[in-house]
Each structure stands twice: as structure tokens, then as C-alpha cells.
Design a binder for this molecule. Sequence first.
Ligand code: C2E
Ligand code: MG
Ligand code: MG
Ligand code: MG
Length: 289
Amino acid sequence: AAKAAGRGKHCFYEASMHSEATDRQVLENDLRQALERQEMTIAYQPIVRAASEEISGFEALVRWNHPARGPISPDKFIGLAEECGMIGKIGEFVLRSAVAEAAQWPEQVRIAVNLSPIQFNDPHICDTIAAVLADFDFKPSRLELEITEGVFLADSDATAGTFARLKSLGVRLALDDFGTGYSSLGYLKNAPFDKIKIDQSFVRGAASTTKRNGAIIRAIVTLADSLDMDTTAEGVETHDDLFLIRELGVSQVQGYIFGKPMPAEEARELANSSRVEADGFQCIREPRQ
Ligand code: C2E
Ligand code: MG
Ligand code: MG
Ligand code: MG
């Protein structure tokens, strides 16, 4: 009986592995055609100056509206895109669309674009970025590239070279999701970041849960200040957290309290209004993905 059960279990396991692999294969095939079928769009989430509540900029966040499955979260397909060699094309689509959009905003409003480590390591990345900036006559300092610590896993000489070339283009660099993953202070010592984005896991509920998150945020702010970097707190949802974040001296805030990722038309309107209040008109709406 034990043997039979074992065999049964074995078969079941294989069957589920098979369906998982097929599922992935199907999704991968769909992903390969998503761009040409125009299933990808970009949502823009406001980044707001903590003290004045002025719009500092927007982060471009890719959206995939799958014809059969509906919206698929980037957390579910960016990794797949990286593995199957699609991230370069998707990333360039996001960069180009976001810069085209931001070129229509007031001069002081920036655009932040996520750059996958795979894109970062592409030897042509600086040429691609320079070409997009030139095509839209876009001031480099208005573009902020969000990079995660994943870039530091690769060859360090090449990494340093890319950082130097990006810097000489004049774009801004932000270290995304700081405090998670492979965090090492050594990265901050050597890489020319203009901003640290404090990961949501330290921010969300910082005011209520324990004093520890507050202490960590305070330490990050002190570090960033002394390295002459800005800070953005990601994932601020409540007034209590906003209050604490302000008190801790974080320079910018990004989170549902000021607005969820929104379609380009709404972002354009907001960019022109230049100031946004916590829980203002755009926050009480339903989630817009
Ligand atoms: P990220 O770059 O850290 O982006 C912030 C994520 O946090 C976004 O999720 C945003 O919608 C979400 N968020 C912002 N404020 C709040 C809040 O107050 N509460 C909650 N619960 N969530 C909040 P999203 O759009 O699902 O993107 C997830 C991740 O996917 C991004 O994290 C980024 O790593 C990746 N991603 C998105 N678009 C792109 C892209 O164009 N290229 C690359 N390489 N990665 C992207
Ligand atoms: Mg980001
Ligand atoms: Mg982040
Ligand atoms: Mg993230």
C-alpha cells in the first residue's frame, strides 16, 4: 500500500510539474507577443515632496492587460521577461513611452523608470537611453533610473563603467527597494546614487507596529543626508505613517495616500496641478491599474 501510495504521489507530483511548466510556456509565448499586440501600458504613480506636498515626479510602472487572464502584475511577469530575454524590449518600450509622456509635463516634474539588472548590464544601455533623451529633447536630469541591488551581483568593473557612463549622461540614479535583498553599505560607497528609495516593508505601518521600523528609517535618512542623497519612502498609505515619515525627514513620499498608479491622462492633469494633498481627490478613487 505504501508503495502504491508512493507511486501515486510520484505521478501526481510529475503531473503538477508538467502543468506548471506548460503554464509557464504558455505565458511566455503570450509575453513574447504582448508588445506587438499592444497589451502593455504604463501607469504613473506620483512622488510627492514630503514637506510641501508638491509633485516631484511620477514613477512609470508597466501594466500587462492579458486578453484572457486580465491584468497581470509586473511581479508575475518581469522575472519571466528577464529569464526569456524579453526584458530589453519591454524596458525600452517603458522608457520611450514614459519619456514621451513626461515631455508633455511641466519642466520641474521628473519621470522615474525602473531598470532591470539585465538592462543595466546590456552594453548598449547608455546609447539607448541617450537616443530616447535626444528623440524627445528631454533634459537628462528629469529622468531618474531606479536600480535594485541586483546590479551589484555582476562583474564589478563593468558595473562601475556603466555607472560612470550613466552619470555622464546626466540622468539621476535611485537605489530601489533599499533595505531588502543584498543590501550592503559598500554599494552606497561606490555607486553614484542621487536617491535611496526606502522599501515598503520598513514604511508600511511604521507608525503603529513597532519603533524598530522608525529607527531603521531614521538611520537610512541620516546615511542618505550625509552622502548627499535624497530619500523616498515607498508604500505610505496612512496619515499616521505620513506624519512619522515627515518627522523623520524623508524628502519624498510615494504611496496610495497620495495616489495609486494611474493612467497617463490622469497623471498629466495632476502634473499640471503641481500640488497634491494626502487623501485628496485622486486617492479616494478605486484602484486604477
Ligand atoms: P517598485 O519599483 O518598487 O514599484 C513600487 C511598487 O509598489 C508598485 O507596484 C506600486 O504600485 C506599489 N506601491 C506604491 N505605493 C504603494 C502603497 O502605498 N501600497 C501598496 N500596497 N503598494 C504600493 P507594481 O506596479 O505592482 O510593481 C511591482 C514591481 O514590479 C516594481 O516595484 C518593480 O520592481 C517592477 N516593475 C514595474 N514596472 C517595471 C518596469 O517597467 N520595468 C522593470 N524592470 N520592473 C518594473
Ligand atoms: Mg521602482
Ligand atoms: Mg521599490
Ligand atoms: Mg519593488
